[in-house]
Design a protein around this ligand. Structure first.
Ligand code: UD1
Length: 385
């Protein structure tokens, strides 16, 4: 069997690592080349900075991509279009049996469309997630990819149910669990051994920030990069005001800043207040283990990321999700998780912040978030007729 798998952006790397390692393990146990899986890893190049890409390959022991399409940044149409043009050539040359795509970034959508047009079977890892918010580019990517995929590998029962509601036949749906939790479980011990202060010191965005006077026994973490939160000046500045005035006043708030957000802060000239708030600790984008380490002992997470909602669920970190909808409802408090949706409403953020501070850590493990998802995925690919 010949598989081409695809990654493009940071959240894909945590999802492909266990899959790549499982194929390696599978092949090591087979002596004949006919029995082995031939695997080609394609990186579309959507994320290209070392801190957004190469560092994750290294940290998660992912072999260098066999092919890099070098697509880079651009509008959605540019990214999707350029990826399709370049990926078509890969398919024509290598003629795989399967294309495996992960998550919901532009690479996921572009490569699933290209594969189907070349009559190559598509498997989607993390299928069936729905926020029902078509303003999110990721929701469009999820819907298109799932509509085209031959094998829909779902992370939770709610996702399988979403697909059934859309009329997807049962033979295309396979509930396998959350592959990102395979990575979390594999890397947990390495992350736990890291020192919070050492991470902060190493990754400071402004070397003049004096963090030696800050007590990191108790701290919160935030990440923010969704266009809905960072592309409008009024939204971004009111979120930052709240965090500076009402959270950083209670405890250190550690913020690894995404390149997109950094660009927007430059554009809107918003550095002044956040840079001068002593407890607001501005960091470079963090590596996988560093962020996992911070998450492990954080009092609270403020985030608009999808993956962090899931990691908070398993670690039990109370999580305020700065979005009005989530494609990962299994992580919400009402489903037993650690996350609550606060959108960009400051009143709601304030209320939930104060409420959440009263609640102790409560780790949860939805079914099949057990570290064995990649094994189930490879098995499903090998046995799909
Ligand atoms: C993309 C994904 C999003 C995911 C996020 C994680 C889509 C539609 N969105 O959003 O789902 O949550 O990645 O990071 O695929 N940039 C750099 N260096 C890089 C990459 C990007 O400086 O290595 C800057 C560029 O200015 C670029 C901007 O960040 O224009 C946005 O990057 P892009 O890949 O378009 O989208 P993300 O916001 O990262």
């Amino acid at each position: 069997m010949k598989i081409v798998s695809v990654v493009g952006a940071r959240p894909n790397f945590m999802k492909i690592a266990p899959f790549v390692h499982e194929i390696e393990r599978y092949n090591q146990e087979r002596s004949s080349s006919q029995e082995r899986i031939e695997h080609i890893l394609v990186h579309t190049g959507q994320h290209y900075d070392d801190k957004m890409s190469k560092d994750f390959f290294k940290a998660l022991n992912i072999p260098e991509a066999d092919i890099n399409l070098g697509v880079g940044s651009g509008s959605h149409a540019e990214q999707v279009g350029n990826t399709m043009i370049a990926f078509e050539k890969v398919l024509l040359e290598h003629k795989p049996d399967w294309v495996v795509v992960v998550g919901d970034v532009n690479a996921t959508c572009a490569c699933s469309i290209t594969a189907k047009k070349e009559h190559v079977k598509v498997a989607h890892i993390e299928a069936g997630l729905r926020s029902f918010d078509l303003k999110m580019p990721e929701e469009i990517n999820r819907m298109v990819t799932d509509r085209l995929s031959d094998l829909l590998l779902t992370p939770c029962e709610i996702s399988s149910q979403n697909l059934r509601s859309e009329g997807v036949s049962e033979d295309r749906i396979k509930f396998v669990g959350n592959i990102m939790i395979d990575t979390l479980e594999a890397q947990r011990a390495k992350a736990a051994a890291l020192d919070v202060y050492a991470i902060v010191k190493e990754q400071l965005l402004f070397s003049d920030q004096n963090v030696s006077v800050i007590n990191f026994d108790k701290y919160a973490v935030m990440t923010l990069h969704r266009p809905s939160n960072v592309d409008e000046k009024s939204t971004l500045s009111s979120i930052l005001d709240f965090l500076c005035d009402e959270v950083a006043s209670d405890m250190p708030l550690l913020w690894p800043i995404h390149p997109r957000t950094r660009k927007q802060i430059d554009k809107f000239d918003l550095w002044g207040k956040i840079h001068s708030t002593p407890n607001f600790v501005l960091l470079n984008p963090l590596g996988y283990h560093d962020l996992l380490r911070l998450n492990m002992d954080a009092q609270l997470m403020f985030t608009d990321s999808g993956g962090l909602q899931e990691e908070c669920c398993v670690l039990g970190t109370p999580c305020l999700t700065l979005r009005w909808s989530t494609e990962r409802p299994v992580t919400l408090k009402e489903h037993g998780g650690a996350s609550v949706l606060v959108g960009d409403d400051i009143e709601k953020m304030r209320f939930e912040y104060l409420e959440t501070m009263k609640i102790p850590r409560k780790p949860q493990r939805p079914k099949f978030w057990d570290g064995n998802t990649a094994m189930r995925i490879v098995h499903a690919l090998l046995h799909h007729s």
